[in-house]
Design a protein around this ligand. Sequence first.
Ligand SMILES: Nc1nc2c(ncn2[C@@H]2O[C@H](COP(=O)(O)OP(=O)(O)OP(=O)(O)O)[C@@H](O)[C@H]2O)c(=O)[nH]1
Ligand SMILES: [Mg+2]
Length: 157
Amino acid sequence: MRSPKIWKICVIGDVDVGKTSLVKRFVFNTFSEEKEEAVESRAFKKKMGDITLMIWDVSVYEQHVDRLLNGAKAVVIVGDITRGSTYNTMREIARYLDGHRAMKIFVGNKKDMKYRAEFWKDELGELADEYSSSFFFTSAKTGENVDELFSHIISNA
Ligand SMILES: Nc1nc2c(ncn2[C@@H]2O[C@H](COP(=O)(O)OP(=O)(O)OP(=O)(O)O)[C@@H](O)[C@H]2O)c(=O)[nH]1
Ligand SMILES: [Mg+2]
């Protein structure tokens, strides 16, 4: 019998970038325009074949990020393409995680608002190159690229 595989994935990023929305789109295939303030980090479970993903929606108020990131197979670093400041936060998080063995993936969310983008492929490509990783543009609203993002993690982590 094969032993069950449980993979921890952390979704992290600046406030309001759509961390919770991305996780809920992927796990429940739902989206809401309303937001609930996330004070505590929460984990959502999803089975993908013989792998059980434990997806942590990491709160920006998280006091114990280090402990939470412990054992993570992948860290999804999310920004909101309509707010350039959230790209700077992605950079800070990547620098903070340098040396952590988890795979890093850079995500520009709210792709459905591309016409208002303050950063795009040049910026995310540069970041991905710097950390030898990859980047995605997603929309939790339309669902575009969300499954692709997690499939990529499963095939590459
Ligand atoms: N247009 C658009 N809006 C989005 C998208 N993803 C999230 N939103 C909206 O952006 C707001 C913030 O989304 P959340 O998922 O709560 O963001 P968050 O990063 O979890 O926020 P905090 O947990 O408070 O840091 C909500 O109003 C969402 O409806 C997207 O892909 N497109
Ligand atoms: Mg949230």
